[in-house]
Design a protein around this ligand. Structure first.
Ligand code: HEM
Length: 147
């Protein structure tokens, strides 16, 4: 028979304050449910509808980011997935990293990479302009009016 070891992290009984571990646990389930809809909707629309995967090019992405519906869809997917992924990796660090200093380094790296990607991704989604005014006509896409 296989004996399962007791968890390394001791059980903590909280009496006061916000139980962030509990909310993190709930967040993983709630975001998981939403991500199923967002990720499979994203894959279906990008890869299967119309000409499917062969239709994906710069103009396809430009067209999607000209539509507030897809801006909001992609932005919600970006935030939910990055926070979900980083919080999930935090759980793995808690479970498997034995040296507290290394755990701290890993968790800061997770936090910083998720924060940078969330800020950059959100900026791209809402500021993306396929035909920037004043750009060199030789460098912009063929469908831009300046060409
Ligand atoms: C299809 C949508 C998804 C669903 C339904 C889902 C669901 C879940 C659930 C319920 C957990 C908690 C598992 C546990 O506590 O034992 C989890 C953990 C995790 N998820 Fe997701 N997830 C999805 C997408 C993603 C994405 C896109 C990423 C990466 C960005 C990701 C990364 C992780 C990681 C790293 C963990 C921690 C793994 C662990 O504890 O063993 N998941 N997921």
């Amino acid at each position: 028979m296989t004996a399962i070891q007791a968890p390394r992290t001791p059980a903590v009984t909280r009496r006061k304050g916000t139980n962030w571990e509990k909310w993190g646990w709930i967040y993983m389930r709630a975001s998981g449910v939403l991500l199923v809809v967002l990720i499979f909707g994203h894959l279906f629309v990008n890869l299967m509808v119309g000409k499917g995967v062969s239709a994906i090019d710069f103009a396809f992405v430009g067209g999607k980011y000209a539509d507030p519906f897809w801006q909001v869809w992609d932005c919600v997917m970006l935030w939910l997935a990055l926070i979900h992924g980083a919080n999930g990796m935090r759980t793995l660090v808690n479970d498997y990293t034995t040296r507290p200093a290394m755990a701290k380094v890993f968790k800061w790296a997770l936090f910083l990479s998720a924060a940078v990607l969330i800020v950059l991704g959100t900026l791209v989604i809402f500021t993306f302009d396929p035909c920037p005014a004043g750009a060199d006509p030789a460098l912009v896409a063929s469908f831009c009016a300046t060409r």
